[in-house]
Design a protein around this ligand. Structure first.
Ligand SMILES: [Zn+2]
Length: 411
């Protein structure tokens, strides 16, 4: 009778009304596709590949539709996914699912190569080292159900990009190997309603590829390895540039932010620093095609920009009470008052690890509020003109308007 204890319905059964409603809610983004992208019909559909975009929502939509722009001036022709799922669950159709999307690159699964030509590609807005939102799992579950139904695919056909990507020999590996991509290694299959999966990597088992130790632990360890709690983009002994960035470790688009504020792109590390000498606590940011200049500002006031999200600036602190956001509209919000790091508009400024506001009044001077630190670079003044100014940049404190808001480090 034991079987009665399990659900009598297949795991993928979704109420039809939910499915129809979801399908209607998909935003048609196909008109934004780069006209230079060449549409080719897919002959066969064997897999569905889940990615994490390593970007915020607006930038993801642009990159997958229009293409990547490299600092060299070159770029790609877009069509890098069939669907994008934003942090709030909103789902976008980028390319009609009958065509080949250019999403998996050098890839192999079970002896099949060039997985793009055999698969649907879905991008989740976010990072492989940050939690995927519940709303994204909900939409992904509904989308997978529809696609698995349409192509007759079981749950084992749903894989992540980091599972199927492989690389050619490099300074880290002498043979063809897994680990080229880290994409979606934080993907929790159960949360997307998926059941059975691969217990091993078929290409490693067959000797076609060498395993990546860290990815093998995530995907095929008999223990239920919970990836998301341990993932970070911060360099440590275990968390090397290779573990965080895969093949992009030395890319011009990968930015290394040292604890002392220095910034390097991946292509500069070998000559300027050396790969064995990356300091611990260096932060690694992927896909920084045009935002290196913004990241160079290492003062206490950070700015959200194209490719630079609240998560890239604050990490897990993004939703703390002590992370304070100054929106372009003039509103001020603490991290605890925002839904998600991707909900903040470009040009929003933030300070991390602060308390306040304390208002300048006749009976409450800057000195009264901040003590001796009132003219420190770490003491931040928000002027009625909506400007954020560091204490050391204020020339004459007697000229500060009443109503100016003061923020002091929360130590
Ligand atoms: Zn990917």
């Amino acid at each position: 009778m034991l079987f009665l204890l399990t659900s009598p319905f297949p795991a993928s059964a979704v109420p039809r009304a939910d499915s129809i409603q979801f399908q209607r809610s998909i935003v048609d983004y196909r008109s934004q596709l780069n006209p230079r992208f060449k549409k080719i019909k897919r002959q066969k559909t064997q897999y569905i590949i889940v990615h994490t975009a390593e970007l915020g929502g607006q930038t993801t939509l642009r990159v997958v539709s229009r293409g990547k722009r490299f600092r060299s001036g070159r770029g790609t022709h877009g069509g890098h996914a069939h669907y994008v799922i934003a942090r709030n669950g909103r789902t976008y159709r980028i390319l009609d699912k009958q065509y080949v999307a250019d999403h998996a690159g050098i890839s192999m699964w079970d002896g099949n190569t060039d997985i793009s030509r055999l698969s649907i590609g879905i991008e989740l807005v976010g990072y492989h080292y940050a939690p995927i939102a519940d709303a994204q799992y909900r939409s992904l579950g509904l989308l997978l159900d529809i696609l698995q139904d349409a192509y007759g695919l079981d749950d084992r056909a749903v894989l992540t990009h980091s599972q199927v990507a492989y690389g050619f020999p490099n300074r880290w590996h002498r043979k063809n190997h897994r680990g080229r991509k880290r994409c979606a290694k934080n993907f929790n299959r159960a949360k997307a309603g998926l059941g059975s999966t691969w217990r091993y990597d078929p290409d490693v088992r067959a000797g076609r590829l060498v395993a990546d130790r860290q990815l093998a632990a995530v995907y095929y360890s008999p223990k239920n390895f919970v990836a998301e709690a341990e993932e970070t983009n911060v360099i440590s002994k275990q968390n090397t540039a290779w573990v965080i960035a895969g093949e992009d470790f030395d890319s011009t688009e990968t930015v290394y932010k040292f604890p002392d504020g220095r910034i390097y792109t991946g292509d500069q590390i070998a000559a300027s620093v050396g790969w064995d000498r990356l300091p611990a606590k260096t932060v690694v940011l992927l896909n920084q095609e045009s935002s290196v200049e913004q990241l160079k500002d290492d003062g206490p006031v950070k700015t959200i920009a194209d490719g630079v999200t609240a998560w890239s600036l604050a990490g897990r602190s993004y939703n703390r009470e002590t992370t304070i956001y100054f929106l372009p509209s003039g509103r001020i919000k603490t991290g605890s008052a925002i839904d998600d790091w991707d909900d903040l508009p470009v040009q929003t400024q933030l300070i991390i690890g602060y308390k306040g506001p304390f208002e300048l009044r006749k009976d409450q001077s800057a000195y009264r509020i901040a003590g001796k630190g009132y003219k420190d670079p770490q003491t931040i003044y928000y002027l009625p003109s909506r400007q954020l100014v560091r204490g050391d940049h204020i020339k004459d404190f007697t000229q500060l308007q009443l109503g100016t808001l003061v923020f002091i480090p929360d130590v």
